[in-house]
Design a protein around this ligand. Structure first.
Ligand SMILES: Nc1ncnc2c1ncn2[C@@H]1O[C@H](COP(=O)(O)OP(=O)(O)O)[C@@H](O)[C@H]1O
Ligand SMILES: O=C(O)C1=C[C@@H](OP(=O)(O)O)[C@@H](O)[C@H](O)C1
Ligand SMILES: [Mg+2]
Length: 253
């Protein structure tokens, strides 16, 4: 446990347990009394005491959060965090990690579309075509974004659709996971689950989609470069972007 986490835990214990002899109310301020019997080394208890004695509650709360995830969580508030970007950018896999870091639910819109339609994405495209898929996608996105906070990973075309884009812009903080063609291609060419890439020259198709879509993805609130680094590292980069702080590699440990 880091010193800051220990401090937060100590403050939380002192405030919420409110055991006799540990904390008492004082004109809206809480402080640890002289006779404190906190089960902690003296230096640690003293630290808590000095924070609580002189600072009002509002200031105590600004000491926390300290960690990257806490800062990102605080910056996000009740908003949803919505990942957008081209196929293979890592929206689904990294989004799941980001949600678990933040301790909030994760939803992938493609999974949700498959769940409600009881069809796979390729089957939906084959049976109804892209236009119908986009209409269903927009409805699902609208519904998902009503609640929050959640991490929502969208399918690559969602932010390109005007209606879905409107819902996303209104429904939370959008992050574009931006990657170059070779990174995307390496990731998507192994699987045949993306109907839009079932063409004669799928790499060229992907490049065409990049050219069409990148100016629109650029409308997202934040941009994070998706590279071939561990997914946990990508997740931390997203958290740092949300928190509005420079990415610090030591957070990956
Ligand atoms: N940072 C990464 N490093 C290596 N592989 C990755 C990374 N991010 C995603 N992948 C892999 O790339 C593929 C596509 O990722 P996925 O999360 O499905 O992207 P998207 O939802 O944006 O299409 C998956 O096989 C995934 O495991
Ligand atoms: O780019 C697109 O239009 C699509 C991307 C896919 O999602 P991923 O971006 O998660 O692969 C999926 O929604 C569908 O195949 C269409
Ligand atoms: Mg996906």
């Amino acid at each position: 446990m880091s010193a800051s986490e220990a401090l937060f835990l100590g403050i939380a214990l002192a405030i919420f347990m409110n055991k006799p002899g540990q904390t008492c109310k004082n004109g809206g301020h809480r402080h640890v009394s002289r006779g404190s019997r906190l089960d902690a080394p003296p230096a640690f208890a003293d630290t808590i005491r000095s924070y609580n004695m002189v600072r009002p509650m509002s200031e105590i709360l600004t000491i926390v959060p300290e960690t990257l995830r806490d800062k990102a969580r605080a910056a996000l508030g009740k908003r949803n965090l919505i990942l957008v970007g081209l196929m293979g950018a890592g929206k689904s896999s990294v989004g799941r990690i980001v949600a678990s870091q933040l301790g909030i639910p994760f939803i992938d819109t493609d999974n949700e579309i498959e769940r409600v339609s009881r069809m796979t994405i390729p089957d939906l495209f084959a049976a109804y075509g892209e236009q119908e898929f986009r209409a269903l996608e927009a409805r699902v996105i609208k519904r998902i974004l009503r609640g929050g906070p959640r991490v929502v990973s969208t399918g690559g075309g969602a932010f390109i659709n005007e209606r879905s884009r409107r819902f996303i812009k209104k429904g939370g903080l959008s992050v574009w996971l931006k990657a170059d063609l070779d990174v995307l291609w390496e990731r998507v060419n192994k699987r045949d689950t993306r109907p839009l890439l079932r063409t004669e020259n799928p790499k060229q198709t992907l490049e065409n989609l990049m050219n069409q879509r990148y100016p629109i993805y650029a409308e997202a609130d934040l941009t994070v470069l998706s590279r071939d680094v561990r997914k946990e590292k990508m997740a931390n980069e997203i958290l740092a972007a949300v928190a509005g702080i420079p990415y610090d590699e030591s957070d990956d440990e």
